[in-house]
Each structure stands twice: as C-alpha cells, then as structure tokens.
Design a protein around this ligand. Structure first.
Ligand code: UD1
Ligand code: CA
Length: 459
C-alpha cells in the first residue's frame, strides 16, 4: 500500500504573538516544521505535501532542498479546508494518507509506524492518533460510544461541560485512505463556534456512513504536544534537547551538563568527544572523535576533526578545523576558514576566509582575513592583515616557515616569500622575496643616564 503525507502548516499561530509564522519558530536550532519533515522522511513515504499559507514563500524557502510539494491555502478556513488544498497534488494517488501538523514537532517515526500498523490491522476507514494528557485543555476531545468506539471529535470551543471532562484528545495526526478522505471533506461545513472547516468532522462522517473509525492511543503525550504558545515552545525545546543529547551520549559523547548544553539534532559527533557546559552547536556541524569543546563555545555549520582542542568561549562558523588543531580560548573563526592539522589559533585571534597551514601558530591578539598561510608559520601577537582598502578586499599570502614578529601590519595585496623573517613592528607594503629579513621602523634613540635629568626637568 502506498503512503503519502500531508503536513498542515498554513496557520499563522496567533497565540505565538509573533511576526514569524508558527512552523518556522525553532526548537534545538531547527524549525518546528523541520522535525515533522524529518519524521516523514524516515518513513520513506511516496509523496510529501506541505500546505502553506501564512508567509508561504518564507516557508518554502526554508526547505529548498527537500523533495516535497508545496500547495497553497490562500485563506485559512480551517484544518479540513487545508487538507482539501492537497487534493489536486494527489490526483491519481491511491493509498493511505498520513495527516500531520506542522506544529506537532516531537512526533517520532516509531509512533507513526504504529499508527499505520494499527490502521491496516484494524481494517478501519480512518484511524486517529490520540493520547491522554494530564490537562486536555485546548485540544479536540475523543468522544466514544458505549462500546468504546470513536463517534466524533469535539473541539474545546464547541464542547459541552461533559465533553470537556473527557481526557482522551485528538493529536491532529490521522491515517486515512485518499479515496475516503477527499470524498468526506466535500461534506464538511463550517457550522461551529470558530466557523471553520474542521478536519476532525471526517470522523463523524465515517461513523454516519457506518464505516469503522479507530483510535490509536500513544502513552507519551509529549510526542503529540502541539506548539501554540511560547511557553509550549520552551517545553518542547527542553524535551527535544534531552532527546538529542541522550542520543549523542548513547553514542559515546560526554556531555558534562546536559541541562545547559545546546546541540541541534542535525549535528554529528563521534565517540570520546567531550562537550563542556554552555556550548551551542548547530547546523550541519560534524565533529570527530576525542575532541574537546570547552565551555561556552558557539559552533555552527563547522567540520571539526579528531583530537581538536577548542578552548573556552570560542566561536566557529562555517569553517573547517582539522585534526589536532588548537583553538581559543576566545578565538573567532569566521566563515570559509580552514585551520589545518595541528595549527594553533589562540586567544583574541580572529580568522576570516583564510587558510592556516599545518602546524602554523597565531597565538595572541591577531586578525587574519583573506589570507593563505603556509606550514610552520609563526604569527606574532598583534599582527594584522590589512585586507580592506575601503573599497575592496585583498589577499595576503604567507609562504611556509615565515616568522612574523609582533605588531606587524601586512597591507594586502602582499606576499611573503618562504622562510622570511619580519621584524616586530613592521608595516609590510611590498612583496617579500624568499628568505628575506624585513624591518620597517624608526631607528631607536638611546641616551644613557638621561632618565633622571629628564624627570627633574619635568618636575
Ligand atoms: C487541531 C485539531 C484538534 C487537535 C489539535 C492537536 C481541528 C479542527 N482541531 O486544533 O482537534 O486536538 O489540532 O494539536 O483540526 N492549519 C492550516 N490551515 C488552517 C488551519 C490550520 O494549515 O486553515 C494548520 C496549522 O498551521 C497547524 C495545524 O493546521 O499546523 C493545526 O491548526 P491549529 O489551528 O493549531 O489547530 P488546533 O486548534 O490546535
Ligand atoms: Ca495546534
């Protein structure tokens, strides 16, 4: 049997009180919709359709690489109306449709498989995923007949006092064959308190047509928790983080303090790496084995090798750090940089769009931008590549085994030939041939014994 997924993501999310559409709010550094898409990707379904509406283009642009079809719901007339918009895109499709909500991010692929399984085994026309939270407030209630079969779903706003007491709720996740779904949707009307086309009404329609409707109850309310407010967003953040860190620890990563370590689910870390508290690691970051990520580091979209030592409060963005390199404390590695094997980038060193060769060192207070630095180079404290002339950026090239003395300015474009020695305090404005000694500073004037005399005169 074929399976398609429809994800509802057109709503604004009024209760979020935000300019940003709800499904793009983030937990663990990834949007709510990302998690739903990941769950459906793992299911390996035949087709995935996302119903977008509010900020449709922004939502589409957030997932450019995904193999999904976006359909637009111009006006948000309810969840039933939203699903109707997917009919055209599913023309000719015959099979089960799994309906998911873009604002229910913690759903797992195991639970979805369980729902599909129950659906086919029970030979039902429609199966609803339900749960029983401590507090069912706000959710649609599952109303059952005397035999315990689902009869209908009643929204909080439409529910009677007795119905509100029911604790079993609708997760907003359903498994339903395409044929019945689109036929039933044609029968629903907006006759309810919210004047919306409720998707939930298809349950009542199935029952009226003497078709079997089933429920599948998951014990874990968290999985089907809908995010409607900032409070729920923070609750989901904590649950997601616990899951992500748990998975990493299971695979051999040491997380010193899981309560204050923030790692996105897209991050890959190998065994025996240690992550200290306060670090935030996000995006498509990959970290090798035996690496240490010191406290308070912020790392995004980086490729970090084995046995790398990243000391406290360093920031690394869209860069590559090779095996055995040392970074920080308090280093800033900006996009498109490569720190080769065993290189050292020390405190208060900023590197941008530069390559630092194997074993080279820039240990203190330095700016390296638009530079290519060879192997075994030593960059003294306070060195600056002057890469910007106010209009354009220029390249600095430092060849292997160069020694750059402290407080040097390298005015780009400039090239320093192999094995050269640049004296401290030099301003290099011209290319330097291999093996040169370069000095550019005012000769020192020393007047022996004159210090006391000078001070007396001043007094
Ligand atoms: C819905 C269910 C409720 C269930 C709850 C679970 C209905 C009528 N109610 O209520 O029974 O307990 O989910 O979380 O279905 N959306 C659209 N277009 C619209 C309206 C909504 O795409 O016109 C999308 C939203 O973006 C959201 C999802 O559908 O992702 C659910 O909508 P929401 O308004 O949050 O429904 P609930 O009131 O939570
Ligand atoms: Ca909701």
């Amino acid at each position: 049997m074929k399976t398609a997924v429809i994800i509802l993501a057109a709503g604004k999310g009024t209760r979020m009180k935000s300019e940003k559409v709800k499904v793009l709010h983030e937990i663990g550094g990834k949007s709510l919709l990302y998690y739903v898409l990941e769950a459906s990707r793992k299911l390996e379904v035949d087709k995935t359709i996302i119903v977008v509406g509010h900020q449709a283009n922004t939502v589409k642009e957030a997932f450019p690489w995904r193999d999904v079809v976006f359909v637009e719901q111009k006006e948000q007339l309810g969840t039933g109306h939203a699903v109707m918009q997917a009919e055209k895109a599913l023309k000719g499709f015959k099979g089960n449709i799994l309906i998911l909500s873009g604002d229910v991010p913690l759903i797992t692929v195991e639970t979805l498989r369980g729902l599909i399984d129950v659906h086919s085994k029970s030979r039902a026309t429609l199966t609803v995923l339900t749960t029983e939270p401590e507090n069912p407030y706000g959710y649609g209630r599952i109303i059952k007949d005397s035999k315990g079969n689902i009869k209908k779903i009643v929204e909080e706003k439409d529910a009677s006092v007795a119905e509100k007491k029911v604790r079993e709720i609708n997760s907003g996740i359903y498994c339903v064959p395409s044929e019945f779904l689109f036929k039933a949707l044609k029968e629903i009307t907006p006759k309810n308190v919210q004047k919306e086309y409720y998707l939930t009404d298809i349950v009542g329609i199935a029952v009226k047509e003497k078709k079997k409707a089933a429920t599948h109850k998951t014990l874990d309310f968290k999985e089907v928790m809908g995010i409607n407010s900032r409070l729920e967003l923070a609750e989901a953040e904590l649950i997601q983080r616990t899951r992500t860190l748990g998975e990493l620890m299971k695979n051999g990563v040491t997380i010193i303090d899981p309560v204050c370590t923030y790692i996105s689910p897209s991050v890959r870390i190998s065994a025996d790496t240690i992550v200290f508290p306060g670090s935030m690691i996000s995006g498509e970051t990959v970290i090798g084995k035996g690496t240490v990520i010191g406290p308070g580091c912020v790392i995004s979209d980086a490729k970090i090798g084995d046995a790398v030592n990243i000391k406290a409060y360093s920031v690394i963005d869209k860069s590559e750090i090779e095996d055995g390199a040392f970074i920080g404390p308090m280093a800033h590695v900006r996009p498109e940089s490569v720190i080769k094997k065993g290189a050292h980038i020390g405190n208060f060193v900023e590197v941008k769009k530069s390559k630092i060769g194997e074993g080279s060192k820039a240990n203190h207070l330095t700016y390296i931008g638009d530079a290519t630095i060879g192997k075994g180079v030593n960059i003294g404290a306070g060195t600056i590549t002057c890469n910007y002339d106010g209009v354009k950026k220029h390249q600095t090239i430092i060849e292997d085994n160069v020694f750059v003395g402290s407080d040097t300015q390298l005015v780009a474009p400039v090239r320093i030939g192999k094995g050269s020695l640049i004296g401290a305090g030099t301003t290099v404005t011209e290319d330097v041939p291999e093996g040169s000694l370069v000095l550019s500073r005012v000769r020192q004037l020393t007047k022996e014994g004159l210090a006391k005399k000078y001070l007396r005169r001043k007094a």
